[in-house]
Ligand binder design. Sequence first.
Ligand code: PEP
Ligand code: CO
Length: 446
Amino acid sequence: MNQELGWSKKSWVQKQALQQPEWPDQVAYQKVIDEIDVRPPLVFAGEIRRLKSELALAQEGKAFLLQGGDCAEEFSRCTAPDIRETLKVILQMALILTYAGEKPVIKVGRIAGQYAKPRSKPTEEIGGVELPSYRGDIINSPEPVLAARIPDANRLLTAYYTSASTLNLLRAYTKGGFASLERVHAWNADFVKSSREGEIYEQLAKEIDKAMSLIRNIGLGQHKELNEVNFYTSHEALLLGYESALTRQDSLTGDWFDCSAHMLWIGDRTRQVDGAHVEFLRGVNNPIGIKIGPGHDLSEIKKLISRINPKNEPGRMTLITRFGANKILDQLPTLIKGVEEEGFKVLWSCDPMHGNTYTSGRFKTRNVEDIFAEIGGFFACHQALGTIPGGIHFELTGEAVTECIGGTEGIAAEHLEQNYATSCDPRLNGKQSLDLAFMIADLLKR
Ligand code: PEP
Ligand code: CO
């Protein structure tokens, strides 16, 4: 119990928690939670503190946040190639943005724990049959049969071990030489290489090679910064039983940390000021993101920031706006002014995905043009108000999926069925992700 705050890792239980599954077998559920409670943390307080200090720099415009990954990770996609391709595309984008923005890019994956999805409806219709909604692999299975849709508590345990295994490979890749600046060419995935994006990227990689050979020649090639990358994990903190079971007290400082990921965010549907999600997250010391969509109420957002960050600590709060290309110019300026006039220290990040989803035939999709328009609007609003556009939040994969429309390879509605692999929201593929990185690079240069 944190006496000063009246908070404990279970104080959220007294509040209303939206979007929680009804576990049919409570005994099995409790057994699983008790097991997770004693398992090792996935991330450590020191790493979380370092991310927070980097995000504090981004708030001042001295770094830029790149956050991205699947909408919903799937257990079956926890394979070395899947993890490597997602990591590669994020590293490539980060390199493009670092080069253009001339500042460090903080790399945060929606990975190693992004398994729970808030849903707008408890049921969905598939092939004329009404079924309980798929709520993410940590809860049920996307398979369209009733039995597969019943929440299964053992999935919480699988989520924990799958996160651990994903994180293990990420740590190996980012600290074991794979992420070395010597290998920028190797990050260029085969299917991207032959494309226009891949060619522009190769040019950039060549320039970095030149700089690297200079660095080697003057004897500085062994520097850790050139050979290792700090890569952080994040997910929506949706399932409070799971999150609180992974919440631990740091023996050095006595502070509490949710050790399921470095950064956690609260979704647009669960950020009620008096709700259980806000109660839980106000007490853990991780950097916290808040998703803010078109239906928000400014006075509520202000209360939320005061509740989660009462000491106005730098690096603690990231506001992730997701208005949609057609609403951002209308809504973002008022939000920025309202938040800034309170003197709140926040990092402004743009999620150009969730406000731009629409349905084309039987597919949920997004158009790269809308995504880019929202990003352009985000930069324009901040520029006009003298505030800092400090980050970007994408749903993406390194694979050559056809889930979003547009981009230089010209994916159109009729191509969606070719490789539509997501079980949740549509993701940018590797080429579209690089396209967008080059577009953002142009905005950062201005
Ligand atoms: C998400 O990030 O996948 C999500 C559900 O976002 P939001 O809460 O902004 O709708
Ligand atoms: Co999503």
